[in-house]
Every structure is written in C-alpha cells, then in structure tokens.
Design a protein around this ligand. Structure first.
Ligand code: COA
Ligand code: ZN
Length: 312
C-alpha cells in the first residue's frame, strides 16, 4: 500500500457539470461559483471548455468566464480544447492549461468529436506543435478509458497506444476519463499499473462518474495504486451530452470528506465547499446527487431533544 499523503482535487463541475445543463447559467453566476470554489481552497479547476458553441451552448461564454474569475496565486485554470481553434481561443483567454482530449473508442470519438481516433491523434500532434514555446501547460485526456457505452470494454492495447502518442508529443500529464461510469476497482488497478509500467513519468489523473454508484470505490482503488490526482464535480453534477446514460461525476464534497476521513490532505475547506454546492443547487433549482451536502460530515451531530422518538 502506498496511499498518498495528499491529493490534488481538480474541480470539473463548471465544465463537465454545466455542459449537461440545458438552461443557460449566466456568466456572472458562473464566475461567482468559481470564486466560491477558490475561497473554499480549490486550486485546480477545469473552468470551462473552448469547444464549438453549437455543440455545447452552455459554455459559449468561456472567454468571459476566464476573464472574470478571481485566480488566486498558485491556482491553475484548465480548459478543455477539442481542436486547434479551441486551443487558440484558450491561449487568447490566458488559460493556464489546455486539456486536449479524445475518446478511446471509435464510436464515442465520432459522436463527441466528429472524427476517427487516428484523425484526432493527428490533430493532437498539430496542437502540440502549435503550443511549443507558448507559456501554457498541456494535458491529455482520454474519454471512455474504462469502457464505451457503444462498444463495451476498451482494450489495454488501445489505451496504451493513445497514451504513447501523447507521451511522444511531450505530454506528461494525462486524465483517464470514465465517461459513463464503467470503471470498476479491478479495471482501475489493471489500467493504472499497465500504464505506469509503460510510461513511468506520465502523471495520471482519474476522472470517475458515479453512474453505477461505485465512483468513490474506484477512488479508493486509485489511492491504493498510489494515484494522487482526481477530478470531481461540486454537488455531483456532470455528464457527457454525447454518451447515452452519462450521469454525474463523483461529487467533490463527498470526495473531500472521504479523503479527510482517511487523513489525506487536500487543502480544501469542506464546510465552504458544501456552501458552494448549496449555491449550485439553488442556481439549478433542483436537488443535486451529493450526499455529504445533505447529511454533513459524520461528526456534525443532531440535537437529541429535536429528534422524533418511537416510544409512545
Ligand atoms: N470553438 C469555437 N468554434 C469552433 C470550434 C471551437 N473549438 N471548433 C470548430 N468551431 C466552429 C467552426 O469555426 C465552424 O464554424 P462555421 O460553421 O461558422 O464556420 C463549425 O464550428 C464547424 O467546424 P468543424 O471543424 O467542421 O467542426 P465539427 O462540426 O466537425 O465539430 C468539434 C467538431 C470538435 C468542434 C465539435 O464536435 C465539438 O466541439 N465537440 C466537443 C464536444 C464536447 O464538448 N463534449 C463534451 C466533452 S467530453
Ligand atoms: Zn466526465
């Protein structure tokens, strides 16, 4: 067991979460939510995406969001970019990091990016060349890394080929995305150990969805494998509009609660985080899947006299 002593929690609710919401959340509200997350101690955030506004109208205000949000010292504002055009927009908007993505299944890549995996790999080569010498971090992301809703299991050889492509282009950070919650602890340990053996200097981040209720179980499998970087969404929002059955990411407050209880440092204030989750709930006008935001941490006790009693 080499469980990490501290973990980087990357908040993706403003991107993976909001991209599923059909009612437009206005830019000022998005900025307020981001500022609340920063005030809670979140330092790594995927703040928006520079994809086609026709594909994801909710994030059409990406540049305005980046320009308006408070960015504390030491924070990293990442953005998703699907192609060269997105990367150019991200650079112009002064993102700290671009996350360049594709799917490890042909059919999901086709639905999500309207191209084959090989064509995406070519685009990624062009992007790597474009950002050479530009002061911006680059990270890769692989959607459907633990299974595809159209094709089922993803071969380890396919994952290894894609990670190898990123590696050959100088990427040293990569997210394995479980877009529709198909990961299991067994798959997590298997994929992580194979990729780490093949690319020991590639920093891996795990991105789970709680579609089948085992998102945090997969985190524990990742922790046992020594992974110290996880993506999650405030309130458990999230999902991919181009993958059937996609539901919320693992919830940030629930993740931070778990890590706190395991004695793993995150630098995030759980009470303030719950405040932001409540704010998100009121913005969206519906109950979010997060659980700790409802129950509170385990030692937030209840008044004895206030509770109902079964005795006559
Ligand atoms: N930002 C803004 N506009 C963009 C863009 C970007 N990153 N990429 C393309 N466009 C515009 C083009 O300028 C073009 O506009 P026009 O018709 O006014 O000339 C139009 O979109 C079509 O461009 P094209 O290159 O043919 O793209 P496409 O229709 O094949 O779509 C993507 C490809 C990648 C742009 C689109 O599928 C996409 O944005 N996918 C992202 C999906 C996503 O966010 N999924 C969730 C995350 S997992
Ligand atoms: Zn996701």
């Amino acid at each position: 067991m080499n469980i990490p002593v501290s973990v980087e929690v990357i908040e993706v609710g403003m991107r993976d979460g909001l991209q599923m919401e059909s009612d437009f959340v206005d830019t000022a509200t998005k900025i307020k939510l981001i500022n609340g997350l920063m005030d809670a101690g979140v330092r790594h955030i995927e703040a928006t995406s520079f994809v086609s506004p026709r594909a994801v109208p909710q994030l059409a205000d990406a540049a305005e969001v980046l320009a308006g949000a408070t960015r504390p010292a030491g924070s990293r504002f990442a953005v998703l970019a699907p192609n060269l055009k997105g990367v150019e927009r991200a650079i112009a908007a002064k993102a700290d990091e671009i996350v360049v993505f594709l799917s490890s299944s042909e059919s999901h890549n086709q639905k999500n990016l309207n191209r084959s995996i090989d064509r995406s790999l070519e685009d990624i080569s062009a992007i790597a060349q474009h950002v050479e010498g530009v002061d911006i971090k680059k990270k890769g992301a692989i959607a459907c890394a633990f299974g595809c809703p159209f094709e089922g299991d993803v071969e380890l050889a396919t994952l290894t080929r894609i990670v190898g492509h990123f590696h050959s282009l100088g990427f040293r950070a990569l997210t394995l995305g479980d877009t529709t919650g198909m990961a299991t602890p067994v798959l997590v340990s298997r994929s992580v150990s194979a990729l780490r053996d093949a690319f020991p200097d590639m920093k891996l981040t795990l991105h789970f969805h709680n579609t089948r209720g085992i998102g945090l179980v997969n985190v524990v499998a990742g922790l046992n494998a020594g992974i110290d970087s996880y993506e999650s969404s405030i309130g458990g929002l999230g999902g991919c509009p181009f993958a059937p059955g996609a539901s919320g990411n693992i919830c940030t407050e629930d993740l931070v609660y778990l890590l706190n209880e395991m004695g793993i440092h995150t630098g995030i204030d759980l009470d303030k985080l719950i405040g932001v989750a409540n704010h998100m709930e009121s913005v969206l006008g519906r109950t979010l899947p997060g659980q700790v935001m409802k129950a509170g941490p385990r030692l937030r006790l209840h008044g004895y006299e206030d509770a109902a009693c079964a005795m006559g």
